[in-house]
Design a protein around this ligand. Structure first.
Ligand code: ADP
Length: 190
């Protein structure tokens, strides 16, 4: 099994590129953001708790998303691997992922990181807000908090995976097709 992590700031284009990646490499896409939005839409207890945190631009507790990931790994079998999108988002989540995979003698295959500058993050999120209508894209304050959360809590993962020789950065500022091609060029190596 291959375990790819799709990494990058909010609005980098992870969701857009994930669709092409799962198709080409026969992967199962796990987006923790999507899973959480489903819980919110279903009005579950977990969804209710997650909603206020997400709307504030904060992260939901590590153990919540870790549980989601582990149960997805267990329930999906008929693929060549997994594409993790939006997870891990903290160093503790990355360590938990390593432990979860080690239980079945597996490990992270590669981190594909789509990088764009902060100015572009806001531009992209504003554009997405007009199309998808996500609550956490609507408020300027929420977007600023997400960018801050990304720099404080998620960006340390760049060093975490660089040290392990697993970090591969892609320039996310080009067209959708250009970014997709750079991603494929990287993934073809594994
Ligand atoms: P984006 O693509 O803009 O980064 P996501 O759809 O991945 O947004 O996530 C939306 C929100 O869901 C995050 O801002 C966060 O509150 C919550 N979330 C998603 N994944 C995680 C995670 N791994 N750990 C904690 N919170 C998460």
């Amino acid at each position: 099994m291959k375990y790819y992590i799709l990494f990058g700031p909010p609005g980098a284009g992870k969701g857009t590129q994930a669709t092409a990646m799962v198709e080409k490499y026969n992967l199962h896409h796990i987006s923790t953001g999507e899973l959480l939005r489903k819980e919110i839409a279903a009005g579950s207890e977990l969804g209710l708790k997650a909603k206020s945190l997400i709307d504030a631009g904060a992260l939901v507790p590590d153990e919540v998303v870790e549980g989601m990931i582990e149960s997805e790994f267990k329930s999906i079998k008929d693929v060549d691997g997994f594409l993790l999108d939006g997870f891990p988002r903290t160093t503790l989540q990355a360590e938990a992922l390593d432990r979860i995979l080690a239980k079945s003698s597996e490990s992270v295959t590669a981190v594909v990181s789509i990088m764009i500058p902060d100015e572009m993050i806001k531009e992209r999120i504003r554009h997405r807000a007009s199309i998808e209508g996500r609550a956490d894209d609507a408020k300027e304050e929420t977007i600023d908090n997400r960018i801050r959360t990304y720099h404080d809590k998620t960006e340390p993962l760049v060093a975490y995976y660089t040290e392990k020789g697993k970090y591969h950065e892609i320039d996310g500022t080009g067209t959708i097709e250009q970014v997709r091609q750079s991603i494929f060029d990287t993934m073809d190596k594994f």
